[in-house]
Every structure is written in C-alpha cells, then in structure tokens.
Design a binder for this molecule. Structure first.
Ligand code: NAD
Length: 410
C-alpha cells in the first residue's frame, strides 16, 4: 500500500506541475482537509469487550460533498485510508461527478465477528461519525469487508440522530433506497470503456480476446458482460489460480464453478496455469481487476495485450506505466476506467435526494453516456498535449478541476 500511496502523490504532483499550479496549490491539493481516528469499543457475544480503531479521512470537498467507501479489514491504517481518500477526490473529478473524496475503515477482521457484533460495531462507527457525514457533507459506501447490510445499519443509526436520510450512504439494499444496476456498475463501465477504445481503432468488442485478473465483483461482471457482448474471455485468474481457453471460456459456467468451489482453480473446461502468468497471456485487452501493484517493471515487458483497462485501484506502478507508454500500449487508468461504480452511486444519491426511482435501463443508459463523455474528455485532453498518455490526461483534468473549484471558493 505504501507504493500505492506514493504513486497517487506522484501522479497528482506531476499533473500540478504540468498545469503550473504552484507549490502552495500543490501542497493544498495533496493535504487532507480532516483526518479522524477514534476508538470503537464493543461488547462481544461472549461478554468480553473488544476495541478497534476507526478512521475517516475527508480529503477534499471543493467540488461537492465527499464520497468514499468504508472498509472493515485488519490491514486498515491511517496511511492507507488517506491514500484511498485522495484517490476518490481525483476519481470523482475525472468522472465529473459533483463530489470530493473520502475514505474510512475499522482495523478489524469481519470474518472473526458475528452478524450481531458487526451490527454493533457499525452502529458505534456511525455514532462516532454522524456529525461529520451526511448527504451534503460526506457519503460513505461499501468497500472491502462491508456490504449493503452494513449500509442499511448506517442508515438506521444515522436516522436516530437526523431523521430519515437514505442519501447518507450509497450501496444500500434496493428496499431502502439502493439503485438498480449498482452491483454490475464497475464491470459495466469497464466494458463500455473497452468498446470506446476499440471503436477509436475501428474495431469491435465481438471476437476481441480479453484476459481478466480477479473474479470478484469487478472481474466477474466485466467477464460476464464482455462475453454477453460477444468478446472472447480467453483467461481468468483469482487468488486460487488461473484458467485459459483460447476459444473463449464459458463464463456463466465458470461463474457457477466459482460459486461452488470458491475459486477458478480446477475449472474443468479450461487449461489451468499459474495465476501470476495472466499478465503475459496472449490477448487484445488485459483487465487487472484484483489488487494494486500487479503490473511492475519486472513484468510490464511481458504484456501481450495492446490495451490495458484498469479495473483495480492502482494495479500499475509508475515504472510499469512508463514502460507500457513506451511500448504504445493504451492504458485506460483506474481513476477513469473503474469509475462506473461511483457513477452509479451518484445516481443512487440523486434518486434518494429527489425521492424518485429510476429503472435499471435508465441507470445503464446514463452510465453509458457518462463513460462515453468522460472518455471523449480524456482523449481530447491527451491530444491537446500531443500525447497518448491517458493517465496523465486524467490526472490533469481531475487536478485542474479541483484546483479551479478551490480557487473559486477561496
Ligand atoms: P472482490 O473482493 O470482490 O474481488 C477480488 C478478486 O481478486 C477475487 O476474485 C480474488 O480472488 C482476486 N485476487 C485477490 N488477490 C489476488 C491475486 N494476488 N492474484 C489474482 N487475483 C487475486 O473485490 P472487487 O470489489 O472486485 O475489487 C477489485 C478491485 O477493484 C480492487 O482494487 C477495488 O479497490 C477495485 N474497485 C472496486 C470497485 C467496486 O465497485 N467493487 C470499484 C472501483 C474499484
């Protein structure tokens, strides 16, 4: 995670320098507005008490209320939350959503806690934060180790202080104001991005060979939707291993295997191979959709794809990014490519604020339109700079718009 933190700072600082924003603005954009650390002490089911440390970093609100997930994970630290909060500021700005960035978490292992304990912990977390979150201040969402049930408990606890305000969080169950289409949104956005990049090359998704690292929410939806659209998903990996089939894997069947067996390993209708080798798989589009730091200077020269679409946050180190640029591989950066999730979170918030629900078709249509508009902005920004580096373009757009809002409000 330290490498990830450094790469976000590196890209922001580089964009600030390219935009000639000056040291004072660069420093201001990098520094979080508020960092909160608090104790969460809860009674356990066995009568003992446990204390965990909770964090919320509110990085920037120049463009609107802050937005960012809450993770329950033993590895949560103030630094990790800080880096992810900053990334959310740039992601919401790159997607032109009227939000800033935040992130939070509790350093607990949710697998070791009962449902009742998790509920108590979530309510304590909300007690600690209810004054500084809210539909017009800071809007949490699920992340590692949290889900729509966690969001439902936050809605309920927040309502005890402030009345019924489902817009305080996104990623809620449909019954209490969640949005149709949220679950698939990040994968759907990634598939839209693939179509846009291919269309620029006069190519189509039909028949395009795709390799996907990670088969969780993002990876499995990407694989499923790409396959439905006619792409050949030739390889998939997860923590348990990898499988390939040059003629295209049967993704619905693989999905059922993963549900039953817990991972892609041992899927019978494909050839198994070591997961680490998926980066070098022969394919047209590589989608890293698992964890950060998987494309490094040690393996970037092995990439055979001509397009990399970043599903995970921070999958490519700056050194690998440089190598991929030199090899003229198109890299669509995380802060834009995986923005489908936060975009549909925005649609959920809009529906809650307006008290008016959309159909799933409307959600998907508006997501497609926003991804297309965002991609055009990105490509024009890169072209204007005489470059094909979409990551540098995305950070310039994001950092430039946050800096402009900051100046206007100062
Ligand atoms: P998830 O927990 O649902 O799935 C993660 C997948 O990665 C699993 O299949 C797991 O087996 C696999 N994995 C873990 N370690 C691996 C390794 N070393 N090698 C290969 N595979 C490995 O998580 P997710 O929600 O799909 O998120 C994946 C990434 O996308 C994360 O970086 C996350 O921050 C990012 N992201 C997620 C969303 C979203 O809407 N869920 C939105 C934007 C970005």
């Amino acid at each position: 995670m330290e490498g990830f933190l450094e790469s976000v700072r590196y890209y922001v600082a580089r964009a600030a320098q390219q935009l000639d924003l000056g040291d004072r603005m660069e420093h201001r954009l990098l520094a979080p507005r508020r960092e909160i650390r608090f104790e969460c002490t809860l009674p356990l089911d066995n009568g003992e008490r446990a204390t965990y440390i909770g964090y919320r970093t509110q990085h920037d609100d120049a463009r609107g209320p802050m937005k960012g997930g809450i993770r329950f994970n033993p590895a949560v630290t103030a630094d990790e939350v800080g880096a992810l909060a900053s990334l959310m500021t740039w992601k919401t700005a790159a997607a032109d959503l009227p939000y800033g960035g935040a992130k939070g978490g509790i350093n607990c292992d949710p697998r070791g806690l009962s449902r009742a304990e998790l509920q108590r912990l979530t309510r304590i977390f909300t007690d600690q934060l209810h004054d500084v979150i809210g539909p017009n201040r800071d809007i949490p969402a699920p992340d590692l180790g949290t889900d729509s049930q966690t969001m439902a408990w936050i809605v309920d606890q927040y309502a005890r202080y402030h009345g019924w305000s489902p817009a305080v969080v996104t990623g809620k169950p449909l019954e209490i104001g969640g949005s149709p289409g949220r679950d698939a949104a990040t994968g759907r956005g990634l598939v839209e991005v693939m179509k846009l990049v291919l269309a620029d090359r006069q190519q189509e998704l039909v028949g395009t060979r795709i390799a996907v690292q990670g088969f969780g929410n993002v990876g499995s939806w990407t694989a499923r939707l790409a396959a439905v659209a006619g792409a050949k998903v030739v390889a998939v990996s997860d923590i348990t291993g990898a499988v390939r089939n040059p003629d295209g894997l049967d993704i619905p069947q693989l999905f059922r295997h993963v549900e039953a067996a817990g991972g892609v390993a041992d899927y019978p209708n494909g050839e198994s191979f070591p997961g680490s080798e998926i980066i070098a798989e022969p394919c047209d589009v590589l989608v890293p959709a698992a964890i950060e730091g998987v494309l490094t200077d040690a393996n970037a020269s092995d990439v055979q794809a001509t397009i990399v679409v970043e599903g995970a946050n921070g999958p490519t180190t700056p050194a690998a990014d440089e190598m991929l640029q030199q090899r003229e591989i198109t890299v669509v950066p995380d802060i834009f490519a995986n923005g489908g999730g936060v975009t549909v979170s925005y649609f959920e918030w809009v529906q809650n604020v307006q008290r008016y629900s959309w159909t799933e078709k409307r959600v998907n249509d508006e997501l497609r339109q926003r991804m297309a508009d965002g991609y055009r902005r990105l490509v024009s920004e890169a072209k204007a700079a005489g470059s094909s580096d979409l990551r540098a373009a995305a950070f310039r757009l994001a950092v430039g718009s946050v800096a402009a809002a900051t100046r206007l409000r100062s």
